[in-house]
Every structure is written in C-alpha cells, then in structure tokens.
Design a protein around this ligand. Structure first.
Ligand SMILES: NC(=O)c1ccc[n+]([C@@H]2O[C@H](COP(=O)([O-])OP(=O)(O)OC[C@H]3O[C@@H](n4cnc5c(N)ncnc54)[C@H](OP(=O)(O)O)[C@@H]3O)[C@@H](O)[C@H]2O)c1
Length: 367
C-alpha cells in the first residue's frame, strides 16, 4: 500500500518514491513506513537513492565552496610536496668509513647520523648535550643494528672544547671520511661564546672553522673524503660585518644569523679552492624549512597568535627526515665525487642562490 492506501507493487512503489518529494527520506523514523517499505532490500535501495539525491543537492547548492575547498586542498598538498623536496637515492655503503657529525643529538643531525649508521659507517656524534646524545645514539643503535657509534663532547661555543675533540680524534681515529658541520643556533639573544665572540658567528662558523682545519690532515689522509657544511638560504640577505663582526654596536639576532650562514658558504667555497687536488671535496647546502628545535630561542617570545600561525605552518614544512636529505646527498652521492665548493638545495646543486657575483659584491661593499 502507498501512503494514500492504494495497493501497489514493490517496484511501482519504488518508482513513485523517486519521483515524489522524498517523504520517507533518510531522516524519517522506520515506523512511518508501511508494510512494503519495511522490506529490507527495498528500504536500502530507497535509502541509497535518497542519499545520492541529498548529496547531489548539496553539491549543487555549495558548488562554489566545494570548488574553493578542493583547489585549496590540492594547493596545500602541492605546496607540501614541493616543500618536502627531493630524496637522496644513493645506495652507497659506508662500511669501513668514519663519519663525524656535529649536533647529532636532535633535528636533521640525528637523522643524518641514523642514515650514515644504516650505511654501515662508524659514526662519531659530536654533541653539546651528552645525555640527549646518548639517548639519540641508543635509538640509532636499535633502529639500524649498527653498534659502531661514538658519542663525544663538543661545545662549539668553546674553542677549548673544539680543540679537545680535535685532539682526541687525531690521536684515536685512524680515518675520517666525512665531516658534517651540522650543529647550529638561530636568532638567540645577544650572547657571547666562552672566547668572547657573538654566539651565532661563534657556534655556526668559528667553532666549525677551527674543527675542520684541525681535522684536515686526517681528512687528507683518508681521501677521497668530504666536508659537508650545513648552511641555510639566509645567507642571500647576509653581510659580513668586518668592522663589527660581533655586532656589538647594534645587535640584531636575524642579521647575526644571516652573517653566520654567509660565513658558512664563503668558508666552504674558499676551503674547496684551497683543497683542490687533495681528494678532499667540500659542499655547502640549504636543508629547507624544517620542523626541528632550531626556533627554540625565537618561538617562546612570540605572541600567542604568531605561535598559532607558526604551528599551522609547521604542518607543511619539512620533517627532519626530509630536511636531512640534502646533507645525506652531499655526504654520499657518488656523482658528486668530483664537485667541490658548490651549494646544494632540494637534493641538487643550486646556482640561483650560489651567485658568485652577489657574494663577491657582498664582500667588496664592505672592504
Ligand atoms: N630547521 C630549519 O628550518 C633550518 C633551515 C636552514 C638551515 N638549518 C640549519 O640546519 C642545521 C641543523 O639545525 P636543526 O634544524 O636540526 O636544529 P636543531 O634541532 O636545533 O639542532 C641543532 C643542533 O645543534 C646543536 N648545537 C647548538 N649549539 C651548539 C653548540 N654550542 N655546540 C654544539 N652543538 C650545538 C644542538 O645541540 P643541543 O641539543 O645541545 O642544543 C643540536 O644538536 C643548523 O646549522 C641550522 O642552521 C636549519
């Protein structure tokens, strides 16, 4: 029976239901259905048809909103994919080789150490925070099965600490195949290193400068060997303040970070030139924008709304694994064996931001 009391067949009822105004739509309770509509096959068919109708209706009514949401979704996915950058595909093994990584207890340094261990290297984790370094080393041992890891103390804000580590390595290690200058500090307050240098130039550049130069003999002895300098893209707007290297006159934490990262790139380039013919090659790189602890001196001072926007943006920036790919590439990729002094980004060489003229100008302007 239909709702007027007329007796109709199931098929006829179904046909009518589609053309009528959905009086038994999905929101109706089952007890309003008559005898035939309680037939379960009929009921589910009717419900399906009505869901389809409701959906079609919804899409028609909200077509603009849905198009905007779809375009935004695809855009965010595309941006996320682009931000992620490339992946180092090299299958190079590092059995019998030694890799030293600074700042390997967290962030991209830890992921890089994990990758080197996975490839069979002896990994020396040169870190400031030793308990944190031990726990990172335990995790790396567990995940890679490589027990050939050594945690050593290194505070780049102390030239004494740098010399002590270099001495230990010179006296106790037979070889050094890859040195990865990864540790870094960004936009901290106006702090000084133990030796009186402004903190960012001290840690990011001067400490690594001394460490690298102290280990050059061992690197040369182990050639072909590599020095990887984890820089940034911040150097593009950087200047070397030769007349006020510690920015004592007018400290600005961003100006200081940029200066230190420009120093990283200039150092890598000059070192490469000086090491020509020795079998030691040098690479500098920008790892990308990554979710790590690098913003630790910055974010706590931001207002709540800035932090809220930053946490949303954090969802699209690189993971530490993605961020470590260019460092790993520079450390192991076989095709880079004869390249030296270049700048890499997104797992490839990058000439746009390694512009000799710009760098030269940035120096000349102040000389
Ligand atoms: N994250 C990014 O978006 C980004 C972008 C461009 C460039 N970078 C560069 O990538 C490198 C790695 O940074 P990250 O993002 O992995 O940051 P992170 O998570 O903060 O790691 C930095 C590492 O450097 C160590 N470090 C800081 N000061 C040190 C000191 N005085 N002596 C020895 N080690 C010290 C830290 O050790 P503690 O744990 O003991 O502090 C930590 O292991 C840095 O050179 C950074 O400038 C990062």
């Amino acid at each position: 029976m239909d709702r007027t009391g007329e007796s109709v067949s199931g098929d006829e009822m179904l046909e009518r239901s589609v053309s009528e105004d959905h009086w038994y739509c999905s929101f109706a309770t089952p007890n309003i259905f008559d005898e035939q509509s309680r037939n379960s096959a009929f009921y589910s068919h009717t419900m399906t048809l009505n869901y389809a109708e409701v959906l079609k209706d919804f899409v028609e009514k909200h077509s603009t909103g849905l198009t905007v949401a779809a375009v935004a979704g695809i855009g965010i996915l595309g941006l996320r994919r682009w931000m992620a950058g490339g992946v180092c595909r090299s299958k190079a093994r590092l059995d019998g080789k030694t890799v030293l990584i600074t700042g390997a207890n967290t962030g991209i340094g830890k992921v890089t150490a994990m990758d080197m261990a996975q490839r069979g290297a002896r990994v020396i984790m040169a870190c400031r925070d030793i308990p944190k370094a031990y726990s990172a080393a335990d995790e790396i041992r567990q995940k890679t099965g490589n027990n050939n890891l050594l945690v050593k103390k290194l505070d780049l804000a102390s030239l004494k600490s740098v010399r002590e580590l270099a001495k230990y390595i010179q006296e106790n290690e037979k070889r050094l195949d890859i040195l990865i200058n990864n540790a870094g500090i960004m936009m901290c307050p106006k702090w000084k290193t133990e030796d009186g240098f402004e903190m960012q130039i001290g840690v990011n550049h001067l400490g690594h400068f001394l460490l690298t130069n102290s280990l050059l003999d061992l690197l040369k002895k182990s050639a072909p060997s590599r020095v990887v300098v984890v820089a940034s893209i911040a150097h593009v707007t950087g200047r070397i303040h030769f007349d006020d290297i510690n920015l004592d006159r007018n400290y600005d934490n961003l100006v200081s970070y940029r200066q230190s990262k420009l120093a990283n790139i200039l150092f890598a380039r000059e070192l490469a030139a000086r090491l020509q013919g020795t079998g030691v090659t040098v690479y500098s790189l920008h790892p990308g924008l990554i979710r790590t602890e690098l913003g630790r001196h910055l974010f706590p001072h931001w207002s709540w709304w800035k932090r809220m926007i930053a946490s949303v943006l954090m969802m699209i920036v690189k993971s530490p694994w993605e961020g470590a790919q260019t460092s790993i590439y520079c450390a192991v990729e076989e095709s880079l064996a004869n390249e030296s002094g270049l700048y890499y980004r997104q797992v490839q060489v990058n000439i746009d931001f390694d512009n000799t003229t710009v760098l030269a100008k940035s120096l000349q302007l102040q000389l």
